[in-house]
Ligand binder design. Structure first.
Ligand SMILES: Cc1cc2nc3c(=O)[nH]c(=O)nc-3n(C[C@H](O)[C@H](O)[C@H](O)COP(=O)(O)OP(=O)(O)OC[C@H]3O[C@@H](n4cnc5c(N)ncnc54)[C@H](O)[C@@H]3O)c2cc1C
Length: 328
């Protein structure tokens, strides 16, 4: 579909009282007819793209992005990290609850986390049964090797999952955006009068986050949400973000630290313990291994998918209660 043609009407921005000419003298562009791909073939000598003015491209992007920033400033659920666990969580939530407004915040330009390759940069992705149930749900083909299945390339899983998640109208992925902090509200209990609940996230462009030490005046943005699901992976420059912050804000005493590799026990532990760690904050995927001191698991990905399924289940158990608590 062709973009709307540039027009010349005068625009008065809301709240500023200023008027400006929306465009320089631009003649309205004719609307191009859509064509089938077959109509293009063998016609390359006469081929030309539909006309465009550069400002139309800018507006097509910025109008949508700023509308999304506006809409998702109050989200129902924020998922931090678009790795295999975060995306699996988003898929399950998007499918079951089209009424929820779900923002995914991903620090990297490219979503997908560590699930574009198998171990040691090999192509194939291994998932132990019964995680193939999630592959069946997505329609990702695999070879059955008895107790485990093998997807021929990890990127087939990640790209399929990503495309499903992005096609949900109630989910917005903000990539190249880092969560820099968590929004908190007092939620004292008898056991801990200083306890808080998590009530959203503090964000910034990742490139800005990386330059706080050498540039000043780069305040962040915020998203309010009654429930945050953190899936930022194991500890590293960006990883285990939320749980490290919980320790520094004295909501967790200390981290257990990821233990040595034991595939068999590690995967069960991650899935079983995926839970609301602090009120308003569910933790899943490898980030959880840092909380509980679970073993690392190496390149087997079933636990990431099923931790996402469990995180969505846990979220739906508490979302109504957290929403009711989220009045300010
Ligand atoms: C080469 C290779 C090596 C591996 N090594 C190990 C290993 O040692 N141990 C192990 O258990 N598994 C390992 N795995 C398996 C696999 O990487 C992980 O199990 C899996 O990727 C973890 O999934 P996740 O969704 O929990 O986190 P990830 O896939 O790591 O995804 C986390 C996402 O969160 C984003 N993120 C982080 N912080 C923030 C923030 N503050 N704001 C916004 N976004 C943020 C990251 O950019 C990332 O996209 C390896 C895989 C490969 C391919």
């Amino acid at each position: 579909m062709s973009p709307p043609a540039a027009t010349l009407e005068t625009v008065t921005p809301v709240n500023t009282g200023m008027s400006f000419k929306k465009d320089l003298a631009v003649k309205p562009l004719p609307t191009a007819q859509s064509k089938a791909l077959a109509e293009l073939q063998n016609q390359w000598d006469s081929f030309t793209f539909a006309p465009i003015r550069e400002s139309q491209v800018s507006r097509a992007m910025t109008r949508r992005y700023f509308a999304d920033l506006d809409n998702y400033a109050e989200s129902d659920i924020v998922i931090i990290g678009a790795g295999s666990c975060g995306l699996s969580t988003a898929y399950m939530l998007g499918k079951q609850r089209p009424d929820l407004r779900i923002a995914i915040i991903e620090a990297s330009v490219s979503p997908g986390g560590g699930a574009w390759l198998g171990g040691q940069l090999f192509s194939a992705m291994v998932m132990r049964k019964p995680a193939e149930a999630f592959l069946n749900e997505l329609g990702v083909p695999y070879e059955d090797e008895g107790d485990f299945v093998v997807v021929k390339h990890a990127a087939l899983f990640t790209s399929t999952l990503l495309s499903r998640v992005l096609s949900f109208p109630n989910i917005k992925l903000f990539n190249a955006t880092a969560v820099e902090d968590l929004i908190t509200r007092p939620a004292p209990t008898e056991a801990d009068p200083n306890a808080v609940r998590i009530a959203g996230v503090v964000t910034n462009w990742t490139l800005v986050s990386m330059h706080h030490d050498d540039q000043s005046c780069m305040d962040p943005n915020t998203i309010n949400a009654p429930l945050v699901i953190s899936t930022t992976g194991h500890d590293g420059p960006f990883g285990a973000f939320s749980v490290k912050r919980l320790v520094s804000m004295q909501q967790l005493e200390k981290l257990g630290g990821m233990r040595g590799l034991d595939m068999r026990s590690a995967e069960d532990a991650i899935v079983k313990r995926t839970r609301e760690v602090v009120k308003g904050l569910i933790v899943g995927g490898m980030e959880l291994s840092e909380v509980d001191g679970a073993n690392r698991m190496g390149p087997t990905f079933g636990a990431m998918a099923l931790s996402g399924v469990k995180a969505a289940e846990e979220a739906l158990k508490v979302i109504d209660e957290r929403k009711a608590e989220n009045e300010y």
